[in-house]
Design a protein around this ligand. Sequence first.
Ligand SMILES: Cc1cc2nc3c(=O)[nH]c(=O)nc-3n(C[C@H](O)[C@H](O)[C@H](O)COP(=O)(O)OP(=O)(O)OC[C@H]3O[C@@H](n4cnc5c(N)ncnc54)[C@H](O)[C@@H]3O)c2cc1C
Length: 320
Amino acid sequence: MAEVLVFVDHVDGAVRKPTLELLTLARRVGEPVALAVGAGAAGTAGVLAEHGAVRVLTVDAPEFAEYLVVPKVDALQAAYEAVSPVAVLVPSSAEGKEVAARLAVRIGSGVITDAVDLEAGEGGLVATQSAFAASFTTRSRVSRGTPVITVKPNSAPVEAAVAAGAVEALEVSFSAQATGTRVTARTPRESTGRPELTEAAIVVSGGRGVNGAENFHLIETLADALGAAVGASRAAVDAGWYPHSSQVGQTGKSVSPQLYIASGISGAIQHRAGMQTSKTIVAINKDAEAPIFDLVDYGVVGDLFQVVPQLTEEVNARKG
Ligand SMILES: Cc1cc2nc3c(=O)[nH]c(=O)nc-3n(C[C@H](O)[C@H](O)[C@H](O)COP(=O)(O)OP(=O)(O)OC[C@H]3O[C@@H](n4cnc5c(N)ncnc54)[C@H](O)[C@@H]3O)c2cc1C
């Protein structure tokens, strides 16, 4: 059966959820072969095997930690040459997209970024993308070379599918460019204990209607009850109520969770651009005419200062 190469995103051996989603998609088209690079790479094999990886190629070297993306591109190219896959799948992070694009240039292939679905079609793998602020859904196929495709988080379910997961050490010789840009320092972001915004299955966002940084705890409490990430509109970010790293929208992050709850957000086109591919959208807004209600699956016309605490209480009661 044809093999599909999956580039693993992991932190010290802990595989991040978007990679497991890639394995689900890869199994639709062939047998997944995973490539894990860097510190802890060998530790990824167990979980990758549980989710369908028939082979796990691993490589660690100081270059992965000391330099920017090129060593990873070198490793992915070495894996590509060793496996001859029918497709290469990469998580759609900023780094993933750079790695994918550089690989595609090197191997003379077409690249598709930010796919939200993949299927085997006539003439090859067909990727679905959500374009122009999700106003259009496009289906595309790479017409030259082996498709290199980056896939957005939350585009597929994580499915258990036990496979051999045979671990193989990958030989990589680094190119001259690999050591061109050295990492001089790393500062870990302060952890909120909440899931990463772009990967979260549930996002609870607050906008201008939250009316002050001191009220964002309402949004956070609901998010924590649901195990969700917290997002914010640009109005809330520009007012200094929440950090820019949490902004959802055209000039913020794009999210596509299973559930998006917008509180006190009007639904401007630039905000929609970052969230309208969410599977289920709920809005709480006191203005029944707010444009966000054109988009929602469920809308609550009401004051968020009453609705959000009640919702949190109800969620907590059902959990208990
Ligand atoms: C180039 C460009 C890029 C942009 N990029 C982004 C982006 O990335 N992300 C983004 O979000 N915006 C972006 N914007 C800004 C965007 O146009 C809107 O101004 C912004 O999204 C509005 O944020 P908001 O919905 O929180 O505020 P508003 O539009 O002011 O809406 C606040 C809403 O809260 C409701 N409300 C008020 N009080 C309550 C209450 N007590 N209970 C319930 N509801 C209440 C109101 O009815 C209203 O609908 C961009 C704009 C431009 C020009």
